[in-house]
Design a protein around this ligand. Sequence first.
Ligand code: C2E
Ligand code: MG
Ligand code: MG
Ligand code: MG
Length: 276
Amino acid sequence: HAKQIGRDSFQPFTPQIGEALHSRLALERDMVEALAQDQFCLAYQPQYDAQRRVLGLEALARWRHPERGWVSPVEFIPVAESSGHIVELGLVLLAVLRRDLDAWKALGLKPPAVSINLSWEQCRKPQHRERFLQQLKLLQLGPDEVEFELTESADFEDIDKPDSFVFTLQGLGYGLAIDDFGTGYSSLAYLRRIRCRKLKIDRLFVHGLSANADSHTLVESMVRVAHAMHMLVVAEGVELPADEAALIAMGCDLMQGFGFSRPVEPQAVPALFGVA
Ligand code: C2E
Ligand code: MG
Ligand code: MG
Ligand code: MG
């Protein structure tokens, strides 16, 4: 019974846990086929400046499962990470981005460098880093076309190593953004060392900030720190007009959120830039 969970030091095996485990295993199994069968695609969420111009795009993974329909990345990314499939998925998504960029190009659109999310699991092993770099080269995805988002995490300690993937990508000219800033574990000292192009403030601090003095103070401080270090600030999860106004008053550079636009399919991207 649910009430008993947590009373013991171990979790009893309940039907609910069995179901969750079964669903995870099923997703993991289906992923292999999905990778071969082109079931993954990218949705794009625009980023806006204070004048409501679109100045950026974030690419977000989507899985069209033949039986389940759309599966959320909140579900399948953790499964991909724990199973190791994230490495292959990362390569497949770069190819998807290439395809979308080519389709936009045919319509006369060249968007600013598209931000794609990277998991630390893709960056850890030298052979995985090498395959990632090879794929960028093969697809001719340059720094003018793609940049990368990495979640702030304990793994930022890896940047102490001189062969760090972060430095490799930056050395090749690629822009980096720290994702979900404020929710992870890295210290401010790392901000100084890695010198990312963008800092993305997590929506946990952004949503409702105009009505919450503590959030307001925190976000204002993050903007000031980022600017002092010559980084651009992106606010995530902007939904409310009052929050947008407060962010603009603080000098936040870019805003992303349902209040502006949800992630859209690639076919809808040109219209965001007034093309086609
Ligand atoms: P993220 O990188 O922080 O992406 C932002 C997420 O917040 C997206 O969810 C987006 O749809 C959602 N979002 C945007 N604006 C709002 C808003 O105003 N309100 C709310 N409530 N949500 C908003 P999504 O697409 O479900 O992605 C979830 C997470 O999955 C991403 O968080 C990222 O960590 C991961 N992810 C997505 N695509 C990839 C990928 O290609 N590779 C990797 N490694 N991770 C990915
Ligand atoms: Mg992101
Ligand atoms: Mg984020
Ligand atoms: Mg997030």
